[in-house]
Design a protein around this ligand. Sequence first.
Ligand code: FES
Ligand code: FE2
Length: 460
Amino acid sequence: MTIVDDEGRSPAAVPYAVEVPDRVPKERYYDPEFFRLEAERLWPRVWQMACRLEEIPEPGDFAEYQIVDQSVVVVRTDDLGVTAFQNACRHRGVKVATGHGRCESAFTCPFHGWRYGPDGTNVGVPRRRSFSEHNLCAGELDLTPVRCETWGGCAWINLDPDAPPLRECLEPYASILDAWKVESLRTEWWYAARLPVNWKLAIEAFVEAYHVPQAHPQLVIPTRYGLRPGEEFDREAFIEADIRYLRAMNEGMAGMVHADDVAIAESLRDVELPAEPEAAMATWNRTLDRAVTDWHRQRGDDMPDLEDLRARGLNLEFFQGFPNAFVLPMYSSASAYRFRPLGPEETLMEIWSLTRGAEREEREPPRPPEAWSHDDPRWPPIPAQDFANIPLQQQGLHARGFEYMRLSGQLEGHISNFQRLVDGFLAGLPHDRLLPALREVNVYPFDRPVVDLGIEGAAR
Ligand code: FES
Ligand SMILES: [Fe+2]
């Protein structure tokens, strides 16, 4: 298969491209060559959330970020900015930093002791005069810089010098989450899962609501979703149903809807609601938004006005920052996900529970958790339900008679949009063509139809 680039660029082959938008070839989820192409043409060209800033609060604090075969070190600078460099000593390539820690005065390579300042500048070569001049050229001895920018309480890296700035690649996700003040959230807990599935397959289990009735029946609470024909609107039952839903989300994710916000909803049981169902729901939503906003503001939290956000249509509950960083805001708090491939059929999925107010507490900086297996009994109910299904899906894809996933173009269109954007990167399209497509994918994914990304035909 070849690429037809409409600017006449030389074609690059994308095997198993998505040619029919609502059909995803199965090989994309396990073929080693496809995985290698992603490592070569996708991951080095996209912005990736490398760490949360609270992991590296003090000057000299560093966090290593590993993506496929690339290791990047992110360091907090003296002016509390961040900088990043490739994790390879300029002598013979040894990694100069591992995991998390603090660089007191320099990173010292464990092999022969070359030294680098926290900004990556080489500050020491033992027995320097034993090297010939051409191996000591100025500037070539420093750790190789990596682009690093901050947004939303996180440091992001991009290995591509030609990529557009972070912010441009995160819209409209960034503006909406800024309005929701995502940057003032802090980690309540951080879990990790090793999943025996492809990274795209893992992501796709979380970007459609079509699976909810079958996979998460506890989240389907009829009264919350409107009335059956002939049914009379019962105000009390409606409030109870909404509280039950908020509680199910809280228990299901050990967060997402924070326990504080559930308690606030429970305190509003006696609120007066109009008799007409639509008006009653609007009043309930407004009352709860107001109460949650006021409760957090009184506590001194940096809290957005939820009522105002809802009025402006900015109260969305799910965001994918292409390719692999998710935020799921619910009232004051959020869950966040990050997915990284460990191999063609293995994924590291991290989950954060993020909340407000914690920045005032003295806390140890969060550290990467031990990765639990997908069937570990400690998983809260919602991820446990998803993690039970996806390994079965990964195995089923290998069936000889199974060729492609058939998507609902209405309900699962986001999966197609996401996959076709992956193809755009694999085809080597220039960033100016990818940027509008990125913005189509960085939106609320549930029940999204297949859309024209403007790169159609590029990957065939
Ligand atoms: S490899 Fe780093 S000092 Fe030799
Ligand atoms: Fe799910």
